[in-house]
Design a protein around this ligand. Sequence first.
Ligand code: SF4
Length: 690
Amino acid sequence: MRLCTTEQVNTACRLCFAKCGIILHLENGKIVKVEGDSDDSKSQGYLCPKGKAIAELVNAPDRLKYPLKRDGNTWKRISWDEALDIIARNLKKIKESYGDQAVLIHMGQAGVAQDIRPFIQRFCNVFRTPNFSSAGSQCHVARVMGNTLTYGCLPIPDHGNAKCIIVWGHNPAASSPLAMRSILKARVKGAKLIVIDPRVTPLARKADMHIQIRPGTDGALALGMLNLIISDDLWDKEFVKEWTIGFDKLGELIQEYPIERVEKITWIPATLVRKVGQLYGTIKPACISLGNALEHHTNAIQSIRAISILQAITGNLDIPGGSIFNQGAPLADISLSRETHLSVNPVGAVEHTLFQEFAHQAQANLLSEAILSSKPYPVKGMIITGANPVLTWPNAEKTRKALKQLEFLVVMDLFMTETAKMAHMVLPATTFLERTELFDHRRNALDGQLELYKKVLSETEECWSDWKFWTELAKKMGYREFFPWNNIEEAFDFQLKPLGISVEQLKKEPSGIIYGDKKYKKYEREGFKTPSGKVEIYSEKLKKFGYDPLPVYKEPDESPVSKPDLAKEYPLVLTTGGRILEYIHSRFRNLTSLHQRVPEPWIEIHTETAKELGVKDGEEVIVESLRGGIGTKAKFTESILPGVVQICHGWSKANANILTDDEACDPISGFPPLRSLLCRVRKKGIDKSC
Ligand code: SF4
């Protein structure tokens, strides 16, 4: 007779950055139930539908469990040893035939620990390929760049102490439920809440003001607000005098953006532009929560810069209730990037030099073109870990074509994704519960908090952690001396050294170790981390790289204004990539509980627009752009601007990225214009209309 062992383990859900506290109920080492941990100070027992589906995810019958090698149209199970032999052989062959740079390693987030990035970069540096790329080519890095160019870091909005909160291009109800809760708490305490979004998001319904903006025109609104704040004398003169450069030049630029002109550009009534400028300019302290939506336009960085300047000239930087500066834990750099000098630049280094200088990686949005054209050089082999480019990169058909052309493609993931299906070899990854992870909570706190999440489950079948895979592959390649750590804890100890703490200490502190500087207005002591030490309204650095030094507004490359002739054929403004609470990008659609909640894709279309098209609610329609077309269901709503349509990405049966563009990217960051394009919608079976 076997005894059943039961156990309860407290840890955190790491399916997104919120890191909600969870209690796992285990029977014989298997999860049988997951609960929210009401003692967790951040989440207080909250779990979103994804968190509730953790057991389903870990125990999913369709998880990849063994290395698989393509055998014609089927897959053959192989051992890890054989898999590593084949990978090492192919990487060496490509290196010899085409050069080090012909191998590219791309890292996403699915099933991949955040802390593993520098470790993979280390592998690339030892291999001597400059071509490491990540999801940072489409997510988050543009916001970091825009803010860092202006004042040296990406600040964290201090909702809890704010009296005015602007939520701009951000739908926290779907993407950051804990941020949603903290914003609503501040609202109950009396903070004014303003939401800027083309859609009526759940937060917009609860806001004091909702500004429905035409996608891609955020920079014009920010310049209009700056104009109003300066002309109404609402700016912080002392701060501007002491801590900024280029304010006089900004004055000349904003003259071009009176509220009446801003109305014409943004479709926001001038009275509302005035009101939002006045509210933000008069209520202090105020913070701005900037979403991913700001990044996906052809003028992304300059719009983000204009918004960061709004926060600076109103004196809201690094004060309670404002935008807090937290640089993160000073971990030792394990990537070897500083020590390695490669003679070849990564893909995208010429087109988006600042992105490369900033992120030290290839710009993934240019990879498909590079693979297909062999320019600037041939890229022939690729390892993709925790990413699904076929569904998440712009211009999906081109991505497919490019991946097909590779001589060798390996994908490591939890499931057989659309991208994995194209690979020569597929490797099974662990979930976050099956490995040890180190996490730096700098996004969520004024003072940073380092936490160690211990492995709580044994690996499923032959699934490997990323750390184990890269270490074992390094050994096979003959790089043992560069990977001296026997386990990930030793590698973490190396990274933790500058902080004077160890993994053993972290193990004794289940709620983490606080590090950092609790002080506000840190710039008064050390200046801003910009070349001038001040807030750079006018950026010499941008000028040096050939960009406008001021936060100028430019119309989206594909819009009814910039391409009126094209708009005759494709008259609707298309925005893609709205978030769904149940899913993250292309993940989790195979989990029954989540699939039942959101079973199929759709296009959000305003009732009036739909009527003009003669389309019925729930009817199958064809959506087309210059790149291609997809079929999906029309969902009528009053919650989107008439003339604008929205499609969520990540669905294989209606891949929104078939419609998106990989060419007219933001010149500074190389981010793709996923949220301001043109399209047409027609009834299925009817040739061309809209
Ligand atoms: Fe997990 Fe959901 Fe919390 Fe994110 S919000 S950590 S997915 S439970």
